[in-house]
Write a protein that binds this ligand. Structure first.
Ligand code: ADP
Ligand code: MG
Length: 337
């Protein structure tokens, strides 16, 4: 594996461990997206890979070399942050060339690289402007350019798009993915945004409280979530979760009996809002509508069903206090212990 993180622990103080025995691998050229709630340790993990934080235990290997004791510069890694941290007094050209100059590249090569990267990112016409004369999206491109120009072994991104508005975020997301397909540099991308994770990743790493909940392709994470946490975190609106009693290994959920093979006495049943449908199917539910959110192409219906809150994605537009019939196909039910 090109990037190999083995059994790493990290704490900032004696009282509290932040990262717990975390292991993670990335193939050369792979785009990994780390996703998880705020405070779960995503930035800490990136900073440890970059060498900006020491690790308490474990090994970090890049391209076959243990880098535990190497400085950030020696690791040959580039990092893109949410606050782009461009040098405000330098032109775009200087911002792009600065790192190469520091590394002693010759002038001709610097010029060639800067122009190649500027062309790739479509910022050629801004090369001699200061960052203050650029839009947010253009600045973000310069920040990416500064990372790319060095042709690092690994790219690390820490929520690079979270300061941009929704439209620009969408556009930059597509650009980052295209760029990755052209350059093929091994990347670790941190976000708390599950849509970014789904659309950018070769594999998604779902983190929770300093541990990995699940690693898998976007498809695997969405279709076979390993835990209630993953199921609720990936998907908007989040999956509906019902707690269900088990007797004799059997679960009786809305009249459907399921052999669970489990010795637990309660399980969790999950149903995605988009799996609840109008057309007649295995399970029928009655929903008392409490609120409807119109999204244009469809609606999000909030309601109550057997004393539980449910969220449904639907083309229908009921009114508040309506009672409506919906259906759930058996195969779209998730069961979690
Ligand atoms: P995320 O990026 O997922 O939001 P962080 O890695 O920034 O999470 O933070 C994880 C935890 O570590 C948080 O509880 C945070 O307060 C704590 N933390 C982060 N950096 C430091 C630091 N330099 N010193 C002390 N605690 C820190
Ligand atoms: Mg962070």
């Amino acid at each position: 594996m090109y990037l190999n993180i083995k059994d790493v622990d990290k704490s900032y103080s004696k009282e509290k461990k932040i990262i717990h025995g975390l292991s993670l691998e990335a193939e050369k050229g792979e785009f990994l997206v780390i996703v998880g709630p705020s405070g779960c340790g995503k930035s800490t993990l990136l900073r440890m890979i970059a060498g900006l934080e020491e690790i308490d235990r474990g090994i970090i290997e890049i391209d076959g070399q243990v880098v535990n004791s190497l400085s950030p510069a020696q690791r040959d890694i580039a990092m893109v942050f949410q606050n782009y941290a461009l040098y405000p007094h330098m032109s775009v050209y200087k911002n792009l060339s600065y790192g190469l100059k520091n590394r002693g590249f010759d002038k001709g090569l610097i010029e060639q690289r800067v122009h190649e990267v500027a062309k790739l990112l479509q910022i050629e016409e801004f090369l001699f402007r200061k960052p203050s004369a650029l839009s947010g999206g253009q600045r973000q491109r310069v920040a990416m350019g500064r990372a790319i120009v060095r042709e690092p072994k690994v790219f690390l991104y820490d929520e690079p798009l979270s300061n941009l508005d929704a439209k620009l975020r969408h556009q930059m997301r597509i650009e980052i993915r295209k760029l990755h397909e052209r350059l093929g540099i091994t990347s670790v991308y941190v976000t708390h945004d599950q849509v970014e994770a789904m659309t950018l990743a070769d594999r998604i790493v779902v983190m929770n409280e300093g541990k990995i909940e699940q690693i898998g392709t976007p498809d695997e994470i969405y279709n076979t979530p390993a835990s209630v946490f993953v199921a609720k975190f990936m998907g908007t609106p989040p999956m509906n979760i019902f707690q269900v009693k088990i007797s004799n290994g059997k679960m009786d959920f809305l009249g459907i009996e399921v052999e669970t093979g489990s010795s637990d006495d309660t399980l969790f049943v999950g149903i995605r809002p988009e799996a609840i449908q109008d057309e007649e199917s295995d399970i029928s539910i009655e929903v008392a509508v409490t609120m409807v959110e119109r999204l244009g192409s469809e609606n999000i219906i909030y309601g109550e069903c057997m004393g539980e809150q449910v969220i449904i994605k639907s083309k229908k537009t009921p009114s508040k206090n309506d009672t409506m019939q919906f259906y759930i196909p058996k195969e779209s039910i998730f069961i979690f212990s």
